[in-house]
Design a protein around this ligand. Structure first.
Ligand SMILES: [Zn+2]
Length: 232
């Protein structure tokens, strides 16, 4: 497997875009005509919980209709065959990495297909709606919310992510703009710690200058090529 042993991969919207999943950013700050601050902040949930639930119920239903694309498939193959450490840190809240077969996936921004009970802190798999305020499967409180990190909230499992970055000798960023912190800072952390850094992105990003190498193109094309290379 050549010169690398431990790999950390950061994936973002560009990996899911070709599966038909859009984002606030790709939609120019609007998502299904909703502004970020109306549906994806803790303040919005306090102000208008029905709107927020309706919006996430719709997203939760929509992603279940989507399918993994060749970028997800290639990363799943890498995960299956890579004998060193590997962590796919994703900013995506869909389950397409998992449906492609990847197992070493960390969702730093949460998951559409989970509900979080703010009374007992349990996170449960969730595929249906929340707007009717179903009870928590454990404590029965009707305090479930989407288990998605909203703007202004802290991403999940940062300690695990930084631990992986510390031991990585290759950091790869795929389909992410390099604009949203803390993820945008991972490349500099990895590089300072001695890792080689590679960006695979549709176009040059705000963060491109921090990478040793950038390869441009759609994720469904550039990711399979890179995976084949690293497994050769
Ligand atoms: Zn509960």
């Amino acid at each position: 497997m050549g010169k690398y042993r431990n790999i950390v991969i950061l994936t973002g919207a560009g990996v899911s875009a070709e599966s038909g999943i859009d984002t606030f950013r790709s939609a120019g700050g609007l998502w299904e005509n909703h502004r970020v601050e109306d549906v994806a902040t803790p303040q919005a949930f306090v102000r208008d919980p029905d709107l927020v639930h309706r919006f996430y119920d719709m997203r939760r239903a929509a992603i279940q209709e989507k399918l993994p694309n060749p970028a997800h498939d290639a990363l799943a193959e890498l995960d299956a065959r890579w004998t060193g450490d590997l962590l796919i840190v994703t900013q995506n809240v869909d389950d397409l990495h998992e449906r492609a077969g990847a197992r070493r996936v960390l969702h730093m921004h949460g998951e559409h297909l989970k509900a979080w009970c703010t009374s007992c802190d349990l996170r449960s798999p969730w595929r249906t709606t929340l707007i009717e305020r179903p009870p928590c499967p454990v404590c029965q409180a009707r305090t479930l919310r989407p288990d998605v990190v909203w703007f202004g909230e802290m991403p999940y499992r940062m300690g695990e992510i930084y631990a992986a970055l510390r031991s990585a000798d290759l950091f790869v960023s795929i389909g992410t703009s390099g604009a949203v912190y803390p993820a945008a800072g991972f490349v500099r952390d990895a590089r300072e710690l001695g890792a080689q850094t590679l960006e695979l992105n549709l176009e040059r990003s705000q963060g491109s200058r921090w990478f040793h190498e950038s390869r441009l193109g759609p994720a469904s094309e550039v990711v399979p090529v890179w995976v084949e290379e690293v497994l050769a």
